[in-house]
Design a protein around this ligand. Sequence first.
Ligand code: ATP
Ligand code: MG
Length: 418
Amino acid sequence: MIRLRVWANVRPMGWFGHAASDYFFEYDPQWIEQPGGFVLAPQFPLRTERFVGAAVRTFFENLLPEGEALDDIVSAIHLRGASSFEVLGRLGAELPGVLSLLSEAERPDSQQEYRNLALTELSRRLADRAQVPLLVSNVNATMSLAGAQDKIGLRFDKKSKRLSDSVGHSPTTHILKPDTRQRRYQPSAINEYACMKLARALKLPVPDVWLLRVPEASYVVERYDRESIAGNIVGLHQIDGCQLLGHGPGWKYQRMGGLVSIPKLVDALRTLRVGGRDLLQLQRWVMFNYLIGNADAHAKNLSVLIDERGFQLAPFYDLLCVRAYGDTGLALFIGDEETFDTVGAHSWEALSKDCGFNASQLLVEFRRVAVALLPAWDKLLTSLSKKRGVTEAELQLLARMTEIFKKHCANAVSMTER
Ligand SMILES: Nc1ncnc2c1ncn2[C@@H]1O[C@H](COP(=O)(O)OP(=O)(O)OP(=O)(O)O)[C@@H](O)[C@H]1O
Ligand SMILES: [Mg+2]
């Protein structure tokens, strides 16, 4: 048997291991007995039993980067062909949410330590990221984050705008994402920054964001899964939509066999008794993603926060106008529709029916958001266009985004006409 200790901040939560040809997860008895414990995921109720099988493997796989991003990392840390267990053993000191995975001999650090990260050093790491993936470029810490894009966790001081690396097991407070290396989706940092700002202007729940010029354009977002308590950073537990539904990261798009969908997510959230407010926010997430042309609003781009009191929809993240790069499909369908251009009133009605939402209320809200979006965007666009360092390619992207927003908002207004 081999096993890693699962920590929730400085409390032992349980064990993730491999025995008798299968993965297992089990809670530490104290985690169950003492107050303040919560579930790893709904599939693992707080019981002293050994959970085994695909549910365990997929839960932990969801904590790793995906696709080429993962391949590049395993190759850079010389673990080609390794199991996700082995990779998590190497990267697991800081994971999405509250979790960290440490060997039996290790314990979380009692002191948190950070080291100044000069922009020149970050710039060098950005230039080298084809050789050394950004996520593993801080040699003093190990961490994992999900997703296909390059990113790194760090600390950011909003007043001084200084960045710091974490040292050892110290939790990061922000995520930095540079422009993608995939040509087709460039530039991306300004897109995500602008869409998150637009969401904020429309009062959607989103964390604070910044656009740095390192000089390379880099998007920085505050981690909503971190809290500062008496000067110490503590993690909050979160799971994404794939973990919520018990599927691996490879199933995050509905077109891949329909294992994930908006009605399935809603159903799972209802089972967990999330508040009515959260279900309304989820509807707004779908509406906003439609209006901005986010073709990549898949099941790993929506998360749930978990604590001893229960479950809550997490703030929104990874909001981009992906249609501006030519993608016209929907990651999660609206009704039966798989593309932006085939969505009509009938799609929202079908979605409402499948989710148990009141269709006429949903359409009224959809219209309200669609009407509010363009004036908010106009204001934002003016300030974005004047920002220091904005490039011609970014201005062209913003212009394409504007056209898409106009088209999608006009469609929304006409499909909600009474
Ligand atoms: N602000 C945040 N606070 C806490 N966790 C976050 C935040 N933003 C993202 N995450 C976590 O990190 C993961 C990856 O982030 P994100 O979705 O932005 O990456 P990505 O690589 O662009 O994803 P994709 O593969 O969808 O393109 C998310 O699934 C979520 O679990
Ligand atoms: Mg994502």
